[in-house]
Design a protein around this ligand. Structure first.
Ligand code: AMP
Length: 214
């Protein structure tokens, strides 16, 4: 299965990607996670990415495309992959098309998560991520037993810098302007599968698996 997840920030792509990559036995490739790992390790890529991420803007296409090209050339993608957060621009989508032609591996589906802006803001502003294991909690919808501490591993929970209210608004604008045209692009290619992501995590996973098997 070669799958792409598309949807606004806060639609639950990262959470669903973890379930779906396990379900289909394919690696979960999140460009946001790769950038954040580089920021934490203070690599040159991370320092460059951080300048854009902190303002809620996209990292330039050239950098992002080169990074994905490298990642897709690793051996674990030969049986499929799940791309979470890439592509995010039409230029990235076109570059991905060329990579897949080179690899002779067409996409199976593009899964779109639909959720409205108000819900996105509530979801993102309450999101807390474990610094140690990466698990995502929510102060209201999925709180840990002890505030600020991960139930699973005891790690410290932090708010992502780009989950602050002013940055959230910018990320939504960027989604609307630069990423939402991909929905049409993949609909025209006959690859788009859309589901409503306004439901519990389990319900959205069920909807996703059902929609992908239809
Ligand atoms: P995410 O975790 O997917 O919400 O990504 C967090 C941030 O990383 C985004 O707001 C962008 O700044 C950057 N980023 C992630 N994926 C991409 C991409 N495909 N193109 C450009 N920037 C990206």
């Amino acid at each position: 299965m070669r799958l792409i997840l598309v949807g606004p920030p806060g639609a639950g792509k990262g959470t669903q990607a973890k379930f779906l990559s396990r379900h289909y036995g394919i690696p979960h490739i999140s460009t946001g996670d790769i950038f954040r790992a580089n920021v934490a390790a203070q690599t040159p890529l991370g320092l460059e990415a951080k300048r854009h991420m902190d303002g809620g803007n996209l990292v330039p296409d050239e950098i992002t495309i080169a990074m994905v090209r490298d990642r897709l050339s690793e051996g674990d993608t030969s049986g499929g992959f799940l791309l979470d957060g890439f592509p995010r621009t039409l230029a990235q989508a076109a570059a991905l098309d060329s990579m897949l032609v080179e690899m002779d591996t067409p996409l199976d589906a593009v899964l779109e998560f639909q959720v409205d802006d108000e819900e996105v803001v509530i979801r993102l502003a309450g999101r807390r991520t474990c610094q140690k294991c990466g698990h995502i909690w929510h102060v209201k919808f999925d709180p840990p037993a002890e505030e600020g501490v991960c139930d699973l591993c005891g790690g410290e929970l932090i708010q992502r810098d780009d989950d602050r209210p002013e940055t959230i608004r910018r990320r939504l604008e960027v989604y609307e302007e630069q990423t939402s045209p991909l929905v049409d692009y993949y609909a025209k290619a006959g690859l788009l599968v859309s589901i409503s992501a306004s439901a519990s995590v389990e319900e959205v996973t069920d909807r996703a698996v059902e929609a992908l098997s239809a």
